[in-house]
Design a protein around this ligand. Structure first.
Ligand SMILES: *[C@@H]1O[C@H](CO)[C@@H](O)[C@H](O)[C@H]1NC(C)=O
Ligand SMILES: *[C@@H]1O[C@H](CO)[C@@H](O)[C@H](O)[C@H]1NC(C)=O
Length: 478
């Protein structure tokens, strides 16, 4: 079969994409909660618990009985069926952190372009090309079914983007190697193309940050996650199956040209706020409500539940609805170390703003907030010898002479007096077998957005009540 005309055309005219992204974390560096003793202001942990486990130990069975619930596993952990295959391609921690920085840059560029677009919204605006940064792809995967009969695909889930896409046959231009067989629309009797003239085609502009293109009457999407990762292809409809729930005519990207840091996954699920996100498209069934728990160790599993589950002990903070775009904005009001509130003015958080993101690994804070956090953490860790900075992490300790350590408790307070105590696995990240660093980084610019990243979310059940306009946290989620 010859390369379809549409591909050569739209690749030449080359999309100027920029968007959210995901990042990949090889989270081989977690603490085991069973070795954790929680006191009031310090956690005592075994240094040995820093090392990764090689055996998968799935968490709580009770969760699997919840309706509309999918198992979440870490891409590189032993619970991932992709991990064997990915072993050779597993990035180092310094690669992961540099991909993380690229994701953060992309998020900022996207926010800047949205602000610019708002100012000149009466004119047609081309979004700026984002160049010079690569980006990673999400760390956490779930499986969903597409087509009739359904084909099961392992997909990265990402709260920082909207379009769901998977690689599709005939891979007219390029497909990377994936674990599952590549979806072939010809084998699905419920597949259809979205036409260029449909209103949903025009919605791609906000969902992807790029104006859609048209090929032989079929709407063509393009999404780029930095200068190396992208997916371009036919905007399509087919039946989506989530656990036992079936959604006919789900709109997604059928990727004909796909490249980048997606590992062996089949594509990506966009859990953002845009009308084309999976959250919006399944709203009649799930009411724009979902929750997830990211496993505290890569050797364990978490879950993604769509719809309202019967949860106890969830504290809710309002989303900051004054902000547009697909991101989930929240308001951080204060940070405490060992129960002592840090001297950070509210304006510091307010001026920067913040989002919660499933794909950013390390939480980013305004510079004044980070320096206060780092200083207080150093004070609490002063008996341990300091180690040199590692990548974006500058508060590091040499733990070679210790079998157990006492880590100051870090707490975050969000709007609505929602206070959560991070577990030590959300506080320290091991960067080698003997060195661990504070798992936070400061932004260089006080106006840059704060990002509450996935390390700090580990083990919480994080609840997105999008319709209700609020975000919840429940401790000991998985
Ligand atoms: C969808 O569009 C592509 C490109 O125009 C075409 O090759 C394909 O046959 C179409 N599929 C269906 C089911 O209409
Ligand atoms: C560990 O202990 C040994 C022996 O007391 C000492 O020589 C070494 O400097 C210590 N290492 C660190 C990183 O503190």
């Amino acid at each position: 079969m010859a390369t379809p005309h549409f591909l050569s055309t739209f690749i030449k005219s080359s999309f100027l994409f920029l968007v959210s992204i995901s990042c990949f974390l090889e989270q081989t560096h977690a603490f085991e909660s069973k070795n954790t003793k929680i006191q009031d202001s310090f956690h005592t942990i075994q240094v040995s618990s820093l090392f990764p486990a090689s055996v998968c130990s799935p968490s709580k069975d009770s969760i699997k009985k919840r309706p509309s619930t999918l198992e979440v596993f870490h891409r590189h952990g032993p619970c991932s069926k992709l991990s064997q295959d990915e072993a050779a391609a597993t990035p180092s921690l310094s690669d992961i952190l540099s991909h993380d920085q690229s994701r953060v840059k992309s998020i900022r560029a996207r926010l800047d372009s949205i602000r610019t677009t708002d100012k000149v919204k009466d004119k047609k605006v081309n979004l700026p090309v984002q160049s010079g940064s690569s980006l990673g792809s999400g760390n956490y995967l779930v499986s969903m079914g597409i087509g009739s009969p359904k084909k099961t695909l392992s997909l990265i889930f990402d709260t920082g983007s909207d379009l769901t896409w998977t690689q599709c046959q005939p891979c007219a231009r390029s497909c990377y190697k994936q674990q599952d067989p590549i979806f072939d629309p010809k084998t699905s009797n419920s597949y259809s193309n979205v036409s260029c003239t449909s209103t949903t085609c025009s919605q791609l502009s906000s969902a992807t940050g790029n104006t859609p293109s048209c090929s032989l009457g079929t709407c063509v999407y393009g999404i780029q996650y930095g200068d190396q990762s992208f997916s371009v292809g036919l905007f399509s409809k087919d039946t989506l199956t989530i656990a036992t729930d079936v959604f006919p005519n789900f709109m997604f990207g059928c990727g004909q040209n796909n490249r980048g840091l997606f590992g062996r996954t089949a594509g990506l699920i966009g859990l953002g706020r845009d009308p084309l996100s999976i959250v919006s498209q399944t709203a009649t069934k799930y009411g724009k409500y979902f929750s997830y728990c990211l496993p505290s160790k890569p050797s364990s599993t978490g879950y993604l539940t769509l719809g309202k589950a019967a949860l106890g002990g969830v504290q809710f903070t309002p989303f900051d609805s004054s902000q547009g775009s697909s991101f989930y904005y929240i308001s951080i009001t204060s940070i405490a170390i060992s129960g002592q509130q840090l001297p950070i003015g509210r304006a510091v958080f307010k001026n920067a703003g913040a989002i919660i993101d499933s794909g950013t690994v390390i939480t980013r804070l305004p510079p004044a907030a980070y320096s206060a956090l780092s200083a207080a953490f150093k004070q609490g860790m002063k008996k341990y010898p300091a180690a040199p900075a590692f990548s974006i992490l500058d508060t590091c300790y040499d733990l070679s002479n210790y079998t157990s350590i006492s880590v100051p408790t870090v707490s975050f307070t969000f709007d609505g007096e929602v206070k959560i105590n991070l577990s030590p696995l959300g506080t320290l990240i091991a960067v080698s077998s003997t060195v661990a660093c504070l798992a936070f980084a400061g932004n260089s610019d006080a106006a840059s957005i704060g990002i509450f990243g996935n390390m700090q979310q580990l083990a919480f059940e994080v609840v997105y009540d999008v319709a209700g306009g609020k975000l919840g946290f429940a401790a000991a989620g998985c």
